[in-house]
Design a protein around this ligand. Structure first.
Ligand SMILES: Nc1nc2c(c(=O)[nH]1)N[C@H]1C(S)=C(S)[C@@H](COP(=O)(O)O)O[C@H]1N2
Ligand SMILES: [Mo]
Length: 525
């Protein structure tokens, strides 16, 4: 902006402060009003009707396998903030252009906003469960945004100076209007977000949740001494909820109450049923410790965690509804439209597949599926671990395709044997002499039989295995190393209880999980 801005524009001169930045700012504020109002107006309709989140969710759902893989390998579990930032940058750019253009080429700026609105409406209407009303927050938001854009970029004609540029809005007036638009956008957006994230008492519903009591015979067997190796920096046997990895497609975590929740079971069954919360609570719960793993976990990655779950055996519910012998898939759907296809054979072959309602002694955290999610030992989460699960269709793999399979991932997802070095840390400088190397290994539902370590491609040496808890949980290990000075590379490989040695062959995570040995270079001094 130029410096003579405090003066009212005088007849005959253009209002020089109405520079490109001010016009761009007008556009950005107009977009902020669209998004802020959109957030607030979505509250009485549906969280998925928010223009920003509808577009974000649609972007996520339309992304192919490589894009998810790229996002997770680049941003890890920060993939969601990365998406928000990316969307924010795009919106600011388009909105700024709209502001600049609107001043000189009216109504092209408004048309850019309207174009963004079309994308928002399209996205909102394509969310699961959308009705026509889901377009309203975007439509009304865009209408308000265009109004703001027009007012901020306007060249009003004063009565005194009918046709002159000179009568453009004063700087003071512009700042007042711009400030008001920013305040309205921020207040509406913040109020909308606040109400949406505490929606319908989900938070208090979760606080009032009663942990089901589990009969002694159904409790998880106690964790024997020696299961946790307790080497500083190594993976604890049980993962705390607040550090448990989170992977899902939900940009807004579903906030269901136990009253909202029900599970419809249908498809190739003898008797369709819909279970509500009380129906579920009337059944007999079991408690199990099970290690979850994500198919997107790179070699040596952190996308695995182990928790104690209380829940209801999936097999019992399937028996209750009577599964057709022709069926081979359970297609589970979450309240936000994610689906997983799980082989019925796995769910019915005696392993502890559960509809879980607690995680480490607490009601499920919202991020991890409150009030009900699936936990299936031995399968990657994308084919089995549906959070916020509300629908089960018994079907066939040749009739239905689940979310990630439609996007290029394998239809079946058994967890591959994996092992990881946790200690020493990557590129750590360590003192020569006796060094404790430690880590974890998993091969869910088969169990870990052996872990070996080698240094600089020397001979493989057996690590000491921690006490095994069960084949469905990871197993920690340590290895004592006589470290000599120099930069050296440690490597680890595991063997499962079927005798399969983890393959050296490195593959990426698409389509069915990474393989290869984890290596770690350290400097010994
Ligand atoms: N509703 C829903 N459930 C989901 C997903 C999802 O995107 N949506 N992702 C799955 C994947 S890929 C994994 S690895 C696990 C992760 O569970 P966690 O976030 O509790 O660790 O959840 C599974 N369940
Ligand atoms: Mo996953």
């Amino acid at each position: 902006m130029t410096t003579d801005t405090d003066r009212e524009p005088h007849p005959g001169s253009a209002s020089r402060w109405r520079t490109i930045p001010a016009r761009a700012l007008s556009g950005v504020l107009a977009a902020a009003v669209v998004l802020g109002l959109g957030e607030l107006l979505a509250v009485p309709i549906a969280r998925s009707a928010s223009p920003f989140f509808a577009v974000g969710d649609t972007t996520v759902d339309r992304s192919p396998a490589w894009a998810r893989d790229f996002a997770i390998s680049t941003f890890g579990t920060n993939d969601k903030p990365a998406l928000f930032i990316g969307m924010g940058i795009l919106i600011v750019v388009f909105a700024a252009i709209a502001g600049v253009v609107e001043r000189t080429r009216r109504p092209f700026g408004s048309m850019i906003l309207a174009g963004l609105g079309v994308i928002g409406v399209y996205a909102a209407l394509s969310r699961p469960g959308a009705t026509a009303s889901h377009a309203l927050p975007t439509l009304l938001g865009v209408a308000a945004g265009i109004l703001v854009l027009r007012v901020l970029t306007t060249r009003p004609r004063s009565l005194d100076e009918p046709e002159q540029e000179a009568s453009a809005m004063s700087r003071r007036k512009f700042l007042v209007l711009a400030g008001s638009a920013a305040a309205v956008a921020a207040a509406a957006g913040a109020a909308g977000r606040h109400i949406a994230s505490n929606l319908a008492g989900a938070v208090s519903n979760r606080m009032a949740f009663l942990i089901p009591s589990v009969a002694a015979r159904n409790q998880a067997k106690p964790i024997p001494a020696g299961t946790d190796i307790s080497v500083p920096g190594s993976t604890p046997f049980v993962t705390d909820n607040d550090v448990f990895y989170r992977i899902d497609t939900a940009l807004q975590v579903p906030k269901l109450t136990t009253d909202d929740w029900s599970l419809r079971i249908h498809g190739m069954v003898d008797r369709e049923i819909t279970l509500n919360w009380d129906d579920l609570m009337a059944r007999t719960p079991i408690e199990r410790i099970i290690t979850l793993t994500c198919v997107s976990n790179p070699i040596g990655g952190e996308l695995a965690g182990n928790a104690t779950w209380i829940g209801y055996p999936i097999k019992d519910l399937l028996d209750e509804v009577g599964v057709s012998p022709e069926a081979d898939m359970l297609l589970s759907t979450s309240s936000d439209g994610f689906t997983a296809g799980t082989p019925l054979s796995v769910l019915r072959n005696g392993r502890d597949s559960i509809l879980a309602v607690t995680m480490n002694g607490e009601p499920l955290p919202f991020d991890h599926g409150y009030p009900v999610r699936q936990v299936v030992p031995g399968l990657y989460g994308y084919v089995s671990a549906t959070k916020w699960v509300v629908d089960w269709e018994v079907t066939r793999f040749d009739r239905a395709q689940a979310y990630w399979t439609q996007r290029g991932w394998a239809e079946k997802g058994p967890i591959k044997t994996a092992s990881r070095i946790d200690v020493p840390a990557a590129f750590e400088r360590i003192e020569s002499g006796e060094v404790t190397v430690a880590g974890t290994a998993w091969a869910q539902h088969r169990g870990i039989a052996r872990v070996e370590v080698r240094v600089d491609e020397g001979p493989w040496q057996d690590a000491t295995l921690a006490t095994a808890y069960s084949p469905d949980t990871w197993r920690q290990w340590t290895w004592q190393w006589q470290a000599t000075p120099g930069t050296q590379t440690l490597e680890v490989r595991a063997t499962d209880k079927d005798g399969n040695v983890q393959t050296e062959q490195r593959t990426g995570t698409v389509p069915d999980g990474a393989t290869g040995w984890h290596t770690r270079s350290v400097t010994v001094v």
